[in-house]
Every structure is written in structure tokens, then in C-alpha cells.
Design a protein. Structure first.
Length: 464
């Protein structure tokens, strides 16, 4: 097993972060390829793909929760120099993700029609959405395994193996989408189902490669499989972090599904608005996915520091990464602002959809400093095991601010998608402000695995 690097020097932070940023761009390019190919086929296909993709993300909340618990448990175990405990958490995560992925896929396939009806999918795209949904459920177990194995690599600071796997899957995804989606390279033109089955193959390839690399690196060994006695001691902390993280993901993803319902049921131009929201979010991923790289890096660094009993160092590193990530992504957003029409034309040939993409970017590029800052601060809470703060802040601002305000502006007052997009901007501003208060004023270090009480991270209260 590779020697663990627990340094928090700028060089160590950069070595941890840049591969994850590049990996997130591979993920972004893979998603963009599918959306672009769908747009070349038909606006209805693009809208149906957006509904299925975001509904599928709702079913990913379980592995997202497990991944949050694994990040905290594995990174803190390595920080405390508990190598065997870390490997056992890795094994528990891999086994748990495989089993849970199968359960969620079976449930999703069984209730697929009910889910699509609940989402108020426009009747014109229901048949396409149903076929895409069934293929997505077929890919879900592999997607669970691919996601969780990448997380444990990152928690162990082994960021190069998942980067190479992401590059491979990105290339395969590109060739297969062009080949089976549009009939290029002499391959059969399978239309939108070519895109669906491409996703199945890519997820299986990624999961197989990551599992093989984990075993080869020494993190996934038979003698480290946890027994019942260990599980009784090790699972409570994993569950204590995962359950609030799962609830936060559930609240967040259900909120996004409701947001899609708001857009799908707009009184004006709902199909183009839905396609524009799908494509616009892919463009926004240019900023959000690198922000997630900072989120993952800060989670690992905070976990290492707290596992080693250095809460002051954890707070220092966390604030530095929040400032750096927010500044970098805000600069990129400022540059993208001047190319909104060109980006829209790249993603769709439908003029109505292009106008909706530009409208989406108008609001969401402005929200970049707030969305990136809150994303990175959410990673701080994951590394510390304080995921209940993410549940309260992200869930509260989404359901109590974004959705009611989106309905008020988008349906009751303006009647257009611009009202929903403005509500997204305002809720991001509030969310970032509350998360900053949590980082600066709350004792989030007390949720770490170590038994002894950590020093308080909050500023001492002023005397009256």
C-alpha cells in the first residue's frame, strides 16, 4: 500500500487538488457530450434526458451519503495513522455501495412509471423518458460502485488512479456517443438509446477499473473484509456521518426534481425551458465541477488534520481553500460571461432552447462566488463528520427560499423561467452567508472520530 502523505503544505494541497479538477473536467466533458449529442437528435430527447438524469441523481443520494461517511472515516483514520482501520472502512464502503446500488436499481425500475408521472413529464416526451429511465436503472449498480471507489481513492490521497480511469471512460463515452448516437465511424445509428446504453457501458468500465486498481494498490484485500464484531464498532460512526449526509442529498436532489417540475409546468414555453435548464446546467458544470474538486480536497485535508488532533490547522487549511477556490472559479465565470450565446449555440440548434440557455447563464454565472464558496464549505463539514450542518443549511435554503420564491416569480408573477432562475441566484447568496457563519462560529471539529474533545473553533463570545 502506498505511503500516506499527510502534509498540508501548498505543494501537497496542489498535488491533491489538480488531478481532481482535471477529473471533474473529464466528468463534465462526458456529460456535455451526451447532452450535445441529444441536442443534435431532438429538443424533446434533450429535455427527456435532463429529466431522467436528474431523477437518477435522486437515486444516487444513498451512495452520496455513504461516500460522505467514507471520506470522513477513511481520511481521519489515515490522519490518526490507523492503516488497518482505514482499509476496513474502504472494504465496508465497496461492499455497501454494491449492495445498495442493486437495491435502488430494482426499486427504480419497479416504480419508474409512477416516478415519471409524479414529475409531470410532458406527454410528448414520456415514451422517450421511459426507455431512458430503464437503461439508467440498468447502469445504477455499476454507477454506485464507480462513484464510491473513486471516493475512497481520494480519501486515501491516491488521486492519480481515478484520474486515469476518468480519462479512459471520457474517451470511450465520446466515441460511443458519436458512434451509436449519431451513426459516426460506420457504427449503427441507435439514436437516443445509443446514448443510454453508452452510459451503461461507461459506468461498468469505470467500476471494474477502479476495483482492480484498489486491489492492486492494497486497499481492497480479503483479509481486511470487516467481520461482524468490527462492524458493530465501526459502522456507528460511518452511519452517524452518512445519515445526515444522505438526508441532505435527499433534500437537495428532491428539491432539484421539484425545480424541474416548476420549469416543466411553466405556463409559457415549458419544453424549451426544460431543455435550456438541462443544457445550461451542463455549461455551469465548467465552474461547479472544479468547485467539487476543492470540496473533495478540503474534506480529505480537514479529515487528516482532525484525525491527527490538529483542529486549528484544519480551520486554517479550510479557509485558505475556500478563498482560493472561490476566486479561481469566479474569474472563469467572468470570462464565460462574454461567450453565453456561443455556448448556447454549441449545446442546441433550436433557437428557443438557445434563448433559455442564455437566460439560465445570465443568473447562474452571477451566483458563482456564492455557489462555489458554499460548495467548498460543505466539504469542510464532510471531512469533519459534521454533515448535519449541510442538511440544515442546504436543505433549508432550498426548500424554504429557492422553491417558494421560484414558484412565486416563475408562476405567479412573471410566468417565465427567468423567475425560477432568479430564485436560484438569491438562495445561493443566502446559503453562502449562513455556511460562512457555521465555519467561523460553530464547533464543527467536535464531530470528528477521535475520542478526546477538540479545541473550540468558534470565536470566543464578546463580553456584554
Amino acid at each position: 500500500m502506498p505511503e500516506q502523505d499527510l502534509s498540508t503544505s501548498p505543494r501537497a494541497v496542489w498535488r491533491l487538488t489538480w488531478p481532481q479538477m482535471l477529473m471533474m473536467y473529464f466528468v463534465f466533458f462526458s456529460g456535455l457530450t451526451i447532452v450535445w449529442t441529444a441536442g443534435q437528435i431532438d429538443a424533446g430527447v434533450q429535455a427527456a434526458l435532463g429529466m431522467v438524469t436528474h431523477t437518477g441523481m435522486f437515486l444516487m443520494v444513498v451512495v452520496m451519503a455513504l461516500s460522505s461517511g467514507a471520506t470522513a472515516a477513511v481520511s481521519q483514520s489515515f490522519g490518526a495513522r490507523k492503516q488497518r482501520r482505514a482499509r476496513r472502512y474502504v472494504c465496508a464502503t465497496v461492499l455497501g455501495s454494491a449492495g445498495l446500488g442493486l437495491i435502488m436499481a430494482l426499486a427504480g425500475a419497479r416504480f419508474g412509471d409512477e416516478i415519471l408521472r409524479l414529475l409531470l413529464v410532458p406527454e410528448s416526451i414520456v415514451p422517450i423518458a421511459r426507455e431512458l429511465w430503464l437503461a439508467a436503472m440498468f447502469a445504477l449498480p455499476a454507477q454506485y460502485l464507480y462513484s464510491s471507489t473513486a471516493v475512497v481513492f481520494r480519501a486515501a490521497r491516491q488521486v492519480m488512479p481515478p484520474l486515469w480511469v476518468a480519462a479512459l471512460t471520457c474517451l470511450v463515452n465520446l466515441l460511443a456517443c458519436l458512434g451509436f448516437g449519431l451513426g459516426r465511424f460506420g457504427l449503427p445509428d441507435c439514436g437516443y438509446m445509443g446514448l443510454a446504453w453508452t452510459n451503461v457501458g461507461v459506468q461498468c468500465l469505470g467500476a471494474a477499473c477502479n476495483c482492480w486498481l484498489l486491489r492492486r494498490s492494497g486497499y481492497l484485500r480479503f483479509r481486511d473484509w470487516p467481520d461482524v464484531r468490527w462492524l458493530r464498532k465501526g459502522l456507528p460512526y460511518l452511519a452517524g456521518v452518512s445519515l445526515p449526509a444522505g438526508a441532505a442529498s435527499l433534500v437537495w436532489q428532491s428539491g432539484y426534481l421539484t425545480l424541474f417540475v416548476l420549469v416543466a409546468s411553466l405556463p409559457q414555453d415549458s419544453v424549451n425551458a426544460l431543455a435550456g435548464l438541462t443544457a445550461g446546467q451542463r455549461t455551469e458544470a465548467l465552474l461547479f465541477l472544479p468547485g467539487m474538486a476543492f470540496n473533495m480536497s478540503v474534506a480529505v485535508l480537514v479529515g487528516n488534520c482532525l484525525g491527527a488532533g490538529r483542529p486549528d490547522e484544519a480551520k486554517r487549511v479550510a479557509l485558505n481553500l475556500v478563498a482560493l477556490g472561490t476566486a479561481a472559479m469566479s474569474l472563469i465565470a467572468a470570462l464565460l460571461w462574454f461567450f453565453r450565446p456561443e455556448l448556447a449555440r454549441m449545446l442546441s440548434h433550436n433557437p428557443g432552447t438557445q434563448a433559455q440557455i442564455v437566460s439560465y447563464l445570465n443568473y447562474n454565472l452571477l451566483s458563482t462566488p456564492f455557489s462555489i464558496a458554499s460548495t467548498i464549505m460543505g466539504g469542510i463539514m464532510v471531512g469533519a463528520g459534521a454533515t448535519r450542518y449541510n442538511l440544515a443549511v442546504f436543505g433549508g435554503t432550498f426548500w424554504l427560499v429557492r422553491l417558494p420564491l421560484g414558484w412565486l416569480l416563475g408562476h405567479a408573477l412573471w410566468g417565465t423561467s427567468s423567475g425560477v432562475f432568479l430564485a436560484m441566484l438569491l438562495s445561493q447568496c443566502l446559503q453562502a452567508g449562513i455556511m460562512l457563519h457555521v465555519v467561523l462560529r460553530r464547533d464543527w471539529a467536535r464531530f470528528a472520530m477521535r475520542g478526546r474533545k477538540h479545541a473550540q473553533l468558534t470565536n470566543p463570545p464578546r463580553s456584554a
